[in-house]
Design a binder for this molecule. Structure first.
Ligand code: BJW
Length: 231
């Protein structure tokens, strides 16, 4: 039998065993700020320095040589290299651990943006983060009118690649959801959209909010569950 069109959705849980805290670890707090206070367009407008500091701290963490793709990232890299049907890996993660485990793959889509990129607030142009993100860094392409902001999708903003994701959801016959709490939309809604059309499998440390919508749910650490399920 031929392989079915595949979507894999990942969240912060897949990177936890690489040493990156999940979004809702530490009670969702960073330096006593609620994460929702530093991950919104309003927060950036009110205090860009604070928001840049938050993201620079996370970039510094990502640059630590100890932070590497783990067995779950690598198993997905293998899966995508060998899959003989359309396949899309939609990650909510802004780290680059999937990128490192499947270099150059065009099957990877960062729907909530990427820590290693910045974007101009005026023209939308994206570029690699160059290591200097002091407040108000002007965007050269726009003269004085633009400012560089993290290329991150904040609450209230449209996630990236939604047209491509919608197309893939139409065709999808196998859906794997890995390491996500199922609290943030639109990603949390994919499983319901696929009901009756695709086989739906959850691999997570604990039942997610939408766990009952999956036909198969296995709970435990991603580095154990993912290689076992996909290899
Ligand atoms: C392990 C593990 C191990 C641990 N192994 N597992 C009501 C209904 C519908 C929508 C809304 C609504 N009210 C508001 C909204 C909209 C809002 C939303 O969903 N809010 C909710 C809070 C309700 N969504 C938006 O605003 C989005 N935009 C939008 O909706 O636009 C309109 C639109 C209309 C129509 C179509 C499309 C769009 C934008 C959302 C942007 C999210 N941004 C963030 C911040 C990114 C930047 C950053 O990181 O700084 O993205 S929020 C945050 O949550 C981050 C994550 O990507 C995202 C998901 O979190 P994730 O990955 O699930 O992490 P955790 O920590 O929650 O869970 C980790 C899981 O792993 C846990 O279950 C652990 O158990 C598990 N785990 N260790 C396996 N070793």
């Amino acid at each position: 039998m031929s392989a079915p069109p595949l979507i894999v959705l990942t969240g912060a849980g897949i990177s936890a065993e690489s040493g990156l805290a999940t979004f809702r670890d530490n009670n969702g707090l960073w330096e006593r700020h609620r994460v929702e206070e530093v991950a919104t367009p309003e927060a950036f407008a009110a205090d860009p320095a604070l928001v840049h500091r938050f993201y620079n701290a996370r970039r510094a963490q990502l640059a630590d040589p100890a932070i590497q793709p783990n067995a779950a990232h690598r198993a997905l890299g293998q899966l995508f290299a060998n899959w003989k049907a359309p396949a899309l890996l939609v990650t909510q993660n802004v780290d680059d651990l999937h990128d490192r485990a499947m270099p150059g793959s065009d099957a990877l889509l960062h729907m909530h943006g990427e820590l290693k990129k910045v974007r101009c607030t005026a023209c939308g142009q994206r570029r690699a983060w160059a290591g200097d993100l002091s407040t108000g860094t002007p965007c050269p392409a726009c003269g004085a009118t633009g400012m560089l902001r993290p290329d991150i999708v904040w609450f209230g903003e449209m996630p990236l690649g939604m047209d491509r994701i919608e197309d893939a959801l139409q065709d999808c016959r196998l859906f794997l959801s890995i390491g996500t709490s199922g609290q943030v939309y639109p990603a949390a809604g994919f499983v319901a959209a696929l009901r009756g059309r695709a086989e739906r499998i959850e691999l997570n440390l604990e039942p997610s909010l939408g766990s009952h919508l999956f036909e198969e749910a296995r709970h435990g650490p991603a580095t154990l569950l993912v290689p076992k399920r996909v290899e």
